[in-house]
Design a protein around this ligand. Structure first.
Ligand code: G1P
Ligand code: ZN
Length: 541
């Protein structure tokens, strides 16, 4: 079958951010928008002739149509095979797993993660490389460069193919292989965790609730938690994936998963609760009467990983994104593991995982994962917690209290100021950056600045360099603040302010009160209220 060449013009702004290209759905649906970007991916990676690709998305609005466009374009450019989940749906970690298991050359993930979905909401396209992880900066830069010179794209004039039926079909000379999206992933989980111990825990009356937020993890959670582990039917709520996530914001945090969060502070609370996001790579962990911050969750899982069969041999090292709290560093120090701090975004963990330098990694943004795939993995984190709960027989609150008693408590919160005028936000960051050289030793509200830097990172494996990855200000007594602009937003700028304080012997339970001096210090240095007119952040996690 002859490919058809369609003339086009470069479209400005097709620059992948922290996690692929994210735009309003309507923009992605404009004639040629998706096609241009997909052709730029092919061009940026040196073509797809003869290659095997994985394709899957979180099932949001436009997932189905985008998948058909991409299949035709892959076939037109000579790809040998595309493996996709039924309905072109795969959670992000399941897609990463498929790329690795099938030895594919790469994959395309259709998702805007935790951003809402629908015709008026967000869509995204992300390219992952052969290790199963997000394309590194050099690759996304090549793709972006390709968008700027694009003159035509190739496609086929063929009808849509049926993606509901499992098995192989041909599209031109290319094979489209439709697989069960859940099975291989669920099997992988069985190799990592003690399913017998978890089944026994659930048999003993232990109650759990998992909120799939009407997003991609519903079928995965039903299969693993209810079918394979025997959690009571109905333990997985909002399990049916919907193209608009039921009009919700599929972001597992105390703000967007508020009903679940609030339930855990009532007498009806189950023993354990968790939620995942649009594409299944994020997680929120709660116990009865306790919310575990993602940074603490990473630290706890690192400290207890040896209780899980897949990690019984110990960890090689750990990594966190720079803004993530230093709680996991304290565990690493006590255990003698290397601890890496990378820029924000999972793509920076890939080389460390590939080189065997780290086993576990995580981000404060509800992302936790390990070397089992090259994406963060929401259900994996839930299962690791369940494994630890099953083996120790302790509650979430008990485990955290013991953890803090041993390692001290790293208090942590992120304050987001959303849809700030882009010029105001950029100027705020630029002025703070300009002031950095004079900050050390200066008083800021009640705290004294110990050091201040514009975070830059040299990858220890491939030597690549990432500059200006956020402003990090350290204060006396282990307190710290980080300021950076989001790279995933689709409206104006989002200013993220990460606040941290440390207590060897933790007092009280009010995170915001403990962090108030750090917040005041940031205000003194950056003038957020004065510049943005915002007195309070839009989202506190
Ligand atoms: C956000 C998170 C970051 C995460 C990314 C993709 O990026 O902060 O940790 O890797 O989403 O899930 P940001 O909007 O801050 O650039
Ligand atoms: Zn996500």
């Amino acid at each position: 079958m002859q490919p058809v060449t369609i003339s086009t013009q470069p479209i400005a702004g097709q620059k992948p951010g922290t996690s692929g290209l994210r735009k309003k759905t309507a923009q992605f649906m404009e004639p040629g928008y998706l096609e241009n970007f997909v052709q730029a991916i092919w061009n940026g990676i040196g073509g797809v002739a003869g290659k095997v690709l994985v394709l899957g998305g979180d099932g949001r609005y436009f997932n189905d149509r985008a998948a058909q466009v991409i299949l035709r374009m892959a076939a037109a450019s000579g790809a040998a095979r595309v493996i996709t989940g039924a309905g072109a749906i795969l959670s992000t970690p399941a897609a990463s797993n498929l790329i690795r298991q099938r030895g594919a050359d790469g994959g395309i993930i259709l998702s805007a993660s935790h951003n809402p979905g629908g015709p008026d909401a967000d869509f995204g396209v992300k390219y992952n490389i052969a290790n199963g992880g997000p394309a590194p900066e050099a690759v996304t830069a090549a793709i972006h460069a390709a968008t700027e010179t694009l003159r035509h794209y190739l496609t086929l004039e063929t009808p849509d193919i049926d993606l509901a039926r499992l098995g192989e079909t041909r599209l031109g000379d290319m094979v489209v292989e439709v697989v069960d999206p859940v099975a291989a992933y669920a099997d992988l989980m069985e190799t990592l965790f003690d399913f017998k111990a978890m089944r026994a825990l659930l048999d003993s009356g232990f109650q759990l609730r998992f909120d799939a937020m009407h997003a991609v993890t519903g079928p995965y959670a039903i299969e693993i938690l209810e079918r394979r582990l025997g959690a009571a039917p109905g333990s997985v709520i909002n399990a049916r994936p919907l193209p608009d996530f039921g009009q919700g914001h599929p972001d597992p945090n105390p703000v967007w998963a508020k009903p679940l969060h609030d339930l855990m502070f009532t007498p009806q609370a189950p023993d354990f609760a968790a939620a995942s996001d649009g594409d299944g790579d994020r997680n929120m962990i709660m116990g009865r009467g306790i919310y575990v911050t993602p940074s603490d969750s990473l630290a706890l899982l690192a400290a207890q990983a040896h209780l899980c069969p897949g990690y019984a041999g110990g960890l090689k090292g750990v990594a966190r994104s720079m803004p993530t709290s230093q709680a996991v560093d304290r565990v690493a120090q006590a255990r003698g593991w290397a601890a890496h701090a990378t820029p924000t975004g999972w793509k920076f963990f890939g080389t460390l995982l590939d080189a065997g330098l780290v086993t576990l990694c995580g981000e404060e943004s509800f992302g936790t994962g390990s070397d089992h795939v090259r994406e963060k993995d929401g259900l994996w984190a839930v299962l690791m917690w369940l494994n630890v709960l099953a083996v120790t027989g302790r509650s979430v609150a008990d485990l955290m209290a013991a953890h803090w008693a041993e390692f001290g408590r790293t208090w942590y919160s992120r304050h987001d100021y959303e849809a700030v005028d882009a010029g105001v936000a950029t100027a705020l960051m630029e002025d703070l950056r300009a002031a950095l050289p004079g900050l050390a030793g200066r008083q800021a509200a009640t705290l004294r600045v110990e050091s201040a830097e514009d975070f830059a990172y040299t990858d220890p494996v491939d030597g690549s360099r990432a500059e200006s990855q956020g402003i990090q200000i350290r204060f006396d007594e282990g307190a710290r603040a980080v300021l950076r602009l989001s790279g995933t937003g689709t409206e104006g700028a989002t200013l993220r302010v990460y606040l941290e304080a440390f207590e060897q012997t933790p007092q009280g339970d009010d995170t915001q009160a403990v962090l108030a001096p750090v917040r005041a210090a940031v205000e003194a240095l950056a003038g957020i209220t004065v510049r943005t007119g915002r007195k309070e952040p839009d989202v506190i996690t």
